[in-house]
Design a protein around this ligand. Structure first.
Ligand SMILES: [Zn+2]
Length: 402
């Protein structure tokens, strides 16, 4: 890896996933950190540094819009080192852009994490790019808390959220339960700041979800996990958030495609109903991602909740609930192709172009096309990542011949 970034680069001899098609023998040409050409064959590029993909796949970098940690660090640790560790860890598995995600916490904890984001941002030279913060909670339904710490779960309070928003310009997404008292004015306010509002950890029924949708909640956070399905009240059946997300065509959904949270038939059902343009694959990874199994902590290393990692997933110690995942992005693509039988371009699209569109960064990210940032990865048949390039700079490679 060169210390200075060459300004003119050709990545050649690969199967280019744009992700709208696969170019069997293609190349991507980069100038000044930006893609200038995607084409078939191997055009002459005098003066360019050449990277030979050796017949492997050349793909847009993965975009993870919901991730808490990895490599032994959690964003809620509130240190610059933790932020950089998570970014570098996920870059090894193909993530080139991510949205650091918080858990429920005190106002001070949340504001501190936002401040740490600002400190870490300019120091992140060798990890997945930070694209802005995702606040998950603290305005969640107690009955659907999952692994969120119940001590900090509360209803939206304008004094609090206006204060939090006044402290940071980096919040890009906020996940909340729409049925809570004050959750509709909350969404209107947050949306007015240009922030995506998502439905999360919620027991809402359809009537509440449609009102929520009309007021800014346009994405369902980890579909099926910590949310209502069909319920019965006094013998009557009610559609829950899952059915509502299916019924409202415009609603985007994200799924933890680690192969554990959702079995193959549900992954297939979601793809069948929503289509790959409305689905983002997410890791929802905690600090235990890319670490050996055993005990871990979700959230802040000192004050977080103890969890146990076994069978490729994180669980509460009584094993009553999953507690985030230990997935990395490569595993999500592997799950969708190998377990759910989804085509590779569609699987890649769900973790590149679709999340970029949902987060409104598709003008720069999420596809290989002229004018886009040179966020490019090289992986093999088994979705093992061999090289990761962020903005034209190789930040990870496992093959010295590249
Ligand atoms: Zn989460």
């Amino acid at each position: 890896m060169a210390e200075t970034i060459p300004s003119f680069i050709k990545v050649r001899n690969g199967r280019v996933i744009t992700p709208f098609r696969v170019i069997p023998n293609g190349c991507v040409i980069i100038k000044d950190r930006t893609i200038i050409e995607v084409s078939e064959g191997d055009p002459e590029t005098p003066g360019a540094v050449t990277i030979d993909a050796g017949g492997k796949y050349i793909s847009p970098g993965f975009i993870d819009i919901h991730v808490h940690g990895g490599g032994g660090a959690d964003f809620m640790d509130n240190t610059v080192e933790a932020f950089l560790t998570v970014a570098e860890t996920h870059a090894r598995f193909g993530t080139t852009a991510l949205f650091p995600t918080t858990l429920t916490g005190s106002t001070e904890d949340i504001v501190k994490t936002l401040e740490t984001y600002n400190e870490a941002y300019p120091k992140n030279n060798s990890g997945a790019q930070f694209m802005g913060m995702h606040l998950e909670g603290p305005y969640l339904a107690m009955s659907q808390r999952g692994a969120q710490d119940p001590r900090y779960i509360r209803d939206p309070d304008p004094k609090e959220y206006e204060y939090i928003l006044s402290k940071s310009g980096s919040i890009k997404r906020w996940s909340a339960a729409p049925e809570l008292k004050g959750a509709i004015p909350f969404a209107r306010y947050v949306k007015s700041k240009g922030i995506l509002v998502a439905l999360a950890h919620t027991d809402a029924i359809y009537e509440e979800v449609i009102e929520a949708y009309e007021n800014g909640y346009t994405l369902a956070t980890h579909l099926y996990s910590a949310m209502s399905g069909v319920t019965r009240r006094n013998a009557r059946r009610y559609a829950g958030v899952v059915e509502s997300a299916f019924l409202i065509d415009e609603m985007d959904v994200e799924i933890i495609a680690d192969g554990v949270h959702l079995p193959a038939p549900l992954l297939q059902l979601i793809c069948k109903i929503k289509g790959c343009d409305k689905i983002a694959l997410i890791t929802d990874a905690i600090r235990a991602a890319a670490m050996p199994p055993g005990e871990s902590v979700i959230g802040n290393i000192h004050t977080g909740i103890k969890v146990i990692v076994e069978d490729g997933v994180s669980k509460l110690p009584d094993r009553s609930s999953f507690a985030g995942s230990v997935a990395t992005a490569d595993r999500l693509v592997r799950t969708m192709t190998q377990m759910a039988g989804i085509s590779l371009p569609d699987a890649v699209r769900m973790i590149t172009h679709t999340p970029a569109t949902i987060m409104d960064i598709a003008d720069r990210k999420g596809s290989l096309a002229a004018g886009k940032d040179a966020d490019i990865i090289i992986f093999d048949e088994n979705i093992t990542v061999h090289a990761t390039m962020v903005h034209g700079k190789i930040i990870y490679q496992n093959d010295s011949r590249l």
